[in-house]
Design a binder for this molecule. Structure first.
Ligand code: G6P
Length: 608
């Protein structure tokens, strides 16, 4: 959601900014813009639509020469996506320019105050108030002025700022929205995320909450809001820039689906040592694990769906009651957290505003939070008491696949570990579960290699209007994710239902030819599922079944069957989701949709 890139150094700024913004396209945006200081004045160009339009307008940055600049891709919140509302925003004489990710919550009273003092606002955005306030308080000292403004604004921000009378500096600040800075021999960089600058440097600094950075060509200085300078340690990014490239795949989503065997291996194997699960980063002794009375899982989107699966697995294996909440609901429902409760927050980006707020809410009440996070150094990783990383590497496609798969593995590991500590499973089952976990990567690979079959099937459904996914227990959790994958990238209306709930209303939506995907991977529920499938078939549904190898009976009621290899039923989500991801992907490709960057969506949802 909104991307920021800034540069000051020995090279031309505009091409670096455009290149960086292109690496942030996955975040979601609907317009773009940049400001570059040409030695005398600041030039600003903005363009609605894809970044390509801005690139063309500026001839790849050539028409905007200069060694310092800031750029932005905007995901509209306040005001429509148009040239006026796009960033950078500026003061009247264009000497102060600002790019912003986040929301300035008190912008209306601040704007009204400035209007009374004679300021004129041109845009509908909350961000413009920052530029105008910087102008109002400006005393020739940018740092001093920025601090004054930051003390007065409420909400969240990652900011990039330039002052025309200080051409040798650019500034950055952050609170609640992601921001990193980086340094190379050729200059200093600001960015919303590492891939934007990885081509130029691996040396990055994670900007802390309420921290301001002053960047020059050769130096960076970090300050607290009290203007105290702070020393910071650089982090060297280990992963390769290639990890954020398509590597010959047509889409990032396809590439990331194909990375799932590796993602699962990387998340799993380092945590199995000498036939035992060891999760060092958990920070809990066996006594503390044994004392857990309840688990609250909070997350959004697909991470929430992973959490729903986690509920079934944790409750089933470790016999610990689990509540799963959408983070946006948890934070405002005054949740009851009692002694012995543990909170688990799941997030790929580590920046989701609602999940972060749920963590803060829990910690404020004195409860420890375990973060299951993909992005190292992200806000959620930093604000959780303990972090279990999902080693999925950078995920670029907006629709998550490999990070979701890694989240499932993290939850399985916790469930099996807790079960063994609580002795709700015996050693024999423990070893069988470990065996089945280790088999998952190869089994996922097998399913991926079967993609043509699913592509063929998907092509028949590119014209579908509605698709329903049904399942019971864990299969319901799989249905939720399968349905989301389809709708978010193909724009086909789709819903997931607990199969037993169908008769309470949904069945009235089934018409002749409606596609119903029935997920049936829980042997104990096969018969119940067959009954539900017969009910929809009798009303004209076309039935796609996803089930375990050997469940031949299902063929009698299905029109099309996809089999998944044998695993423990608690882990079947990791396998059944693969054909459903492929199905969503190929329907979207068949429809000609922008698979990696679906309309209206953002990868990292940093506003509530
Ligand atoms: C967005 C993404 C989803 C993701 C959700 C939660 O909606 O498009 O793929 O599941 O946010 O994000 P998180 O980064 O917290 O996992």
């Amino acid at each position: 959601m909104c991307g920021i890139v800034g540069y000051i150094g020995k090279k031309q700024a505009a091409p670096i900014i455009l290149d960086g913004l292109a690496k942030l396209e996955y975040r979601g945006y609907d317009s773009a813009g940049m400001a570059v200081f040409d030695g005398e004045k600041v030039n600003i160009t903005k363009a609605v639509g894809r970044l390509k339009v801005l690139e063309e307008l500026t001839h790849g940055g050539e028409t905007m020469p200069g060694f310092a600049g800031i750029g932005h891709t905007r995901w509209a919140t306040h005001g429509a996506p148009n040239d006026v509302n796009s960033h950078p925003h500026f003061n009247k004489d264009r000497t102060i320019t600002v790019v912003h990710n986040g929301i300035i919550e008190n912008y209306i009273p601040l704007r009204n105050k400035l209007i009374k003092k004679g300021y004129e606002f041109v845009s509908e955005t909350d961000t413009e108030v920052v530029a105008q306030m910087l102008d109002y308080y400006y005393n020739g000292n940018p740092l001093d002025t920025i601090l004054k403004v930051l003390h007065r604004i409420e909400g969240s921000y990652a900011l990039g700022m330039m002052f025309a009378d200080h051409p040798g500096e650019i500034f950055a600040a952050r609170k609640g929205s992601p921001l990193i800075v980086g340094q190379s021999k050729e200059g200093c960089f600001i960015a919303s995320d590492v891939p934007a600058i990885l081509r130029y440097t691996r040396k990055v600094y994670f900007v802390d909450e309420q921290e301001v950075v002053r960047l020059e060509t050769d130096h960076m200085h970090f300050y607290t809001l009290d203007e105290e300078e702070v020393e910071k340690e650089a982090t060297t990014i280990e992963w390769d820039a290639d990890a954020a490239e398509k590597a010959g795949y047509e889409h990032f989503m396809l590439k990331e689906m194909y990375e799932q065997p590796k993602t699962v291996t990387d998340t799993l194997l380092p945590r199995i040592k000498n036939g035992k699960i060891e999760i060092e980063e958990l920070g809990l002794s066996d006594e503390e694990i044994a004392a857990i009375k309840k688990i609250h899982i909070v997350a959004c989107g697909s991470a929430y769906h992973a959490g729903v699966t986690g509920k079934y697995v944790l409750e089933g294996l470790a016999r610990i009651p689990v509540e799963v909440d959408l983070a946006s609901e948890f934070r405002y429902r005054d949740p009851i957290l009692e002694e012995g409760a543990m909170v688990i927050a799941i997030s790929q980006s580590g920046e989701t505003a609602d999940t972060l707020a749920a963590i803060r809410e829990s910690r404020q009440r004195g409860f420890k939070v375990l973060g299951i996070v993909n992005v190292v150094g992200s806000s959620i990783a930093r604000e959780s008491d303990n972090v279990m990383y999902t080693w999925a590497g950078p995920e670029i496609a907006v629709a998550t696949t490999k990070a979701y798969s890694a989240q499932l593995i993290a939850l399985y590991l916790l469930a099996v570990k807790f079960a063994s500590v609580k002795k709700t499973i015996d050693e024999k089952l423990y070893q069988l579960l470990l065996r089945d976990l280790k088999r998952l990567p190869d089994q996922i690979e097998l399913l991926l290699n079967n993609k043509e079959k699913i592509q063929h099937f998907a092509n028949r459904y590119i014209g579908a209007r509605d698709v329903f996914f049904i399942g019971r227990g864990i299969d319901y959790a799989i249905s939720l994710e399968g349905s989301l994958k389809l709708k978010e990238i193909s724009y086909i209306h789709s819903e997931a239902y607990a199969a037993g709930e169908l008769k309470h209303g949904t069945i009235s939506l089934i018409e002749e030819g409606t596609l119903v995907a029935a997920v049936s991977t829980q042997p104990a529920l096969y018969q119940k599922m067959i009954s539900n499938m017969v009910e929809v078939k009798a009303r004209g549904a076309f039935l796609l079944a996803v089930t375990n190898e050997g469940n031949k009976e299902i063929e009698k009621v299905s029109d099309y069957v996809i089999y998944i290899p044998e695993t423990n039923p608690y882990f079947s989500n990791s396998l059944a989701i693969i054909p459903l991801q492929l199905f969503g992907y190929y329907v979207a490709v068949g429809k000609g949709c922008d698979v990696d960057k679906p309309r209206n969506l953002a990868k990292s949802v940093t506003v509530e």
